[in-house]
Design a protein around this ligand. Structure first.
Ligand code: HEC
Ligand code: HEC
Ligand code: HEC
Length: 131
C-alpha cells in the first residue's frame, strides 16, 4: 500500500517537473509555420520537387538553377514530374516567385522562423526585376 503511494507520488512529481518541457514542445510545434500556399501556387498542384524535398533542398536546387543560367545560359528546367520550370528566382510565371507570389508570407515567414536570411535579395528583386 505505502509503496503504491510512493510510486504514484513519484509519477506525479515527474510529470510536474517535466511539464514545462512538454508544454514547450507542443507550443513550438504549433508555432512552426505550415507555409500557406498563395497566389498561383494555390491553384498549381506541383512544385519543382515534391513538398518534402522542396523543404529540405530548395537551396541547392536554386544553386543548380543559377549555375545553369549563368554558366550554360540554359533557363528551362524539366523536372522529374514532367513539368517545365523557368530557372529563375523571380522572372516569369514558372519561376519561384512567379508562382509563390507572396514572398513575405511564403518564403520570409518560414525563413524568419528558421532564422535564416538569404542574401539573394541584395541583387534579385521581388517580384520581377534584377538590378
Ligand atoms: C508552378 C508553381 C510553383 C513553382 C514555379 C514553384 N513552386 Fe514551390 N510549391 C508549389 C506548390 C503547389 C507547392 C505545394 C506542393 C505540395 O503540397 O505537394 C510548393 C511547395 C514548396 C515548398 C514547401 C512548402 C512546405 O509546405 O513545406 C517550398 C519550400 C517551395 N515550394 C519553394 C519553391 C522554390 C524555392 C521555388 C523555385 C526554385 C518554387 N517553390 C517553385 C508551387 C510552385
Ligand atoms: C518550409 C520553410 C521554408 C520555405 C517555405 C522557404 N524556405 Fe528557403 N530556407 C528554409 C530553411 C530552413 C533554410 C536554411 C537551410 C539551411 O541552412 O540548410 C532556407 C534557405 C534558403 C536559401 C539559402 C540561403 C543561403 O544563404 O544559403 C535560399 C536561397 C532560400 N531558402 C530561398 C527560398 C525562397 C525563394 C523561398 C520562397 C519561394 C523559400 N526559400 C521558402 C526554409 C524555407
Ligand atoms: C551580387 C548580386 C547577386 C546576388 C547576391 C545573388 N545573385 Fe543570383 N544572379 C545575379 C545575376 C547578375 C544573375 C544573372 C541574371 C540573368 O542572367 O538573368 C543571377 C542569376 C541567378 C539565377 C538565374 C536567373 C534568375 O532570374 O533568377 C538564379 C536562380 C539565382 N541567381 C539565384 C540566386 C540565389 C539563390 C541567391 C542567394 C543565395 C543569389 N542568386 C544571389 C546576381 C546576384
Amino acid at each position: 500500500m505505502n509503496k503504491n503511494y510512493i510510486i504514484a507520488g513519484l509519477a506525479i512529481f515527474a510529470i510536474a517537473i517535466l511539464s514545462p518541457f512538454w508544454f514547450n514542445m507542443v507550443t513550438t510545434i504549433q508555432a512552426a509555420p505550415e507555409p500557406e500556399l498563395l497566389g498561383k501556387a494555390k491553384t498549381e498542384k506541383k512544385c519543382v520537387l515534391d513538398k518534402y524535398e522542396m523543404r529540405a533542398n530548395h537551396m541547392s536546387l536554386l544553386d543548380e538553377w543559377r549555375d545553369s543560367v549563368v554558366r550554360d545560359a540554359d533557363r528551362i528546367y524539366t523536372a522529374a514530374n514532367g513539368h517545365s520550370f523557368n530557372m529563375s528566382l523571380s522572372t516569369g510565371e514558372n519561376s519561384c516567385l512567379g508562382c509563390h507570389e507572396d514572398k513575405a508570407k511564403f518564403c520570409d515567414s518560414c525563413h524568419d522562423y528558421a532564422s535564416v536570411d538569404p542574401y539573394c535579395w541584395e541583387c534579385h528583386t521581388n517580384p520581377k526585376e534584377i538590378q
